[in-house]
Write a protein that binds this ligand. Structure first.
Ligand SMILES: Cc1ncc(COP(=O)(O)O)c(C=O)c1O
Length: 344
């Protein structure tokens, strides 16, 4: 069977009617573009052998990712999206009743996984500007803490903590407490906003960097994520690797994606340019939107989520009426602006 090649230069909303009856589904901070033709061709090639199992424990994919990141392959664990890998980290490194400290609100997966693993959640409110409050988080770490999560950029606000603050924070966390540095959106950061994760790993044996192919690489449906860290900690996480748990498609899709970095970079540029244009237009309409470094915007204020829903735009809604929307699809972005006209 061959997967039909989509028009690679256009954002796709073709799945929206399957998920909801909405006109635009911007609720999951997805990449609006369908996979590149070269990636689809690679995936198709592997599908022809789908009667065969993938590797018993993945070796090719960690090796590939390790050489791309600049670490040894025994420093990488791969899994079913960053979510699958985060769950593996939680199961490998924490025990029921331990505390998990994170900035709140955060990626929905963390409170869900914490409940599954019977962890005690310690949500630390974001500051007024939508940043993780690192000093409050440092104060929240105590002898019961089993895990700390820092997102950079943060979901849902898109904000980025300064590298210097991150460094100071990591120094304040006891070495027995693992820290996930969730970089699900790192590829959307400009070069000067990126943090030197390898240098951080040199200093912090308790650090695990978490990344995904769901966002900038646009492969959310294939479920490919990974973590890298010091080999001692990573070997504890790898012990829970599910046999045959990573599909053969994953290595093919990642190989093809790494080979297509220039095309993917062009898409990232389109998404971030579109993000800035939409944010400026929203600010002009007096809707407060923190500066975002990811592929989404966090529109604050009462009534935003409701106005979007009424206009047939699915957003991630928050209890105070704020909403997070994925960006990059010009048609959808214009619909957002029209939907919010009445809020002026
Ligand atoms: C901060 C953050 N981490 C992790 C994930 C999980 O990504 P995935 O499981 O698709 O790799 C997401 C998805 O929205 C996210 O926003």
């Amino acid at each position: 069977m061959t997967v039909r090649l989509a028009d690679e230069s256009r954002p796709s909303q073709q799945h929206r009617s399957q998920r909801t009856q909405t006109r635009f589904d911007l609720s999951l901070s997805e990449n609006p573009f369908p996979p590149l033709p070269s990636v689809l061709r690679a995936v198709n090639g592997v599908l022809a052998h789908a009667n065969r199992y993938p590797e018993f424990l993945p070796r090719r994919l960690p090796k590939l990712i390790a050489s791309h990141v600049g670490v040894h392959s025994d420093q990488v664990v791969v899994g079913s999206g960053a979510t699958g890998v985060a769950m593996q980290i939680i199961q490998a490194l924490t025990t029921p009743g331990a505390g998990i400290v994170y900035g709140s609100p955060t990626f929905d997966g963390y409170p869900i996984m914490a409940e599954m693993a019977e962890l005690d959640v310690v949500p630390v409110p974001l500051d007024a500007a939508g940043n993780q409050d690192l000093w409050a988080m440092a104060r929240a770490v105590d002898k019961r803490t089993g895990l700390v999560v820092i997102c950079r950029p943060h979901n849902p606000t898109g904000t980025v903590i300064a590298a210097s603050e991150l460094k100071a924070f990591l120094c304040s966390v006891p070495r027995r407490v693992p820290v996930i540095l969730d970089e699900a959106y790192a590829e959307f950061l400009g070069p000067t906003d990126q943090v030197d994760t390898l240098a951080l790993l040199d200093r912090h044996p308790n650090l695990l960097v978490l990344r995904t192919f769901s966002k900038a690489y646009g492969l959310a449906g294939l479920r490919i994520g990974y973590t890298f860290g010091r080999s001692e900690l990573i070997s504890r996480v790898r012990r829970l690797q599910l046999p045959f748990g990573v599909s053969s498609v994953a290595a093919a899709a990642v190989t093809a994606s790494y080979a297509a970095e220039p095309e993917l970079a062009a898409r990232i540029m389109r998404i971030t340019t579109q993000r800035e244009a939409l944010r400026s237009a929203l600010l002009r309409r007096h809707i407060a939107v923190p500066r975002s470094y990811a592929n989404f915007l966090y529109l604050t204020g009462p009534g935003v989520a409701t106005a979007l829903r009424r206009a047939g735009i699915a957003a991630k809604a928050y209890p105070d009426g704020s909403a997070r929307i994925a960006v990059g699809d010009l048609e959808a972005d214009n619909a957002v602006l029209r939907a919010l006209e009445s809020l002026r």
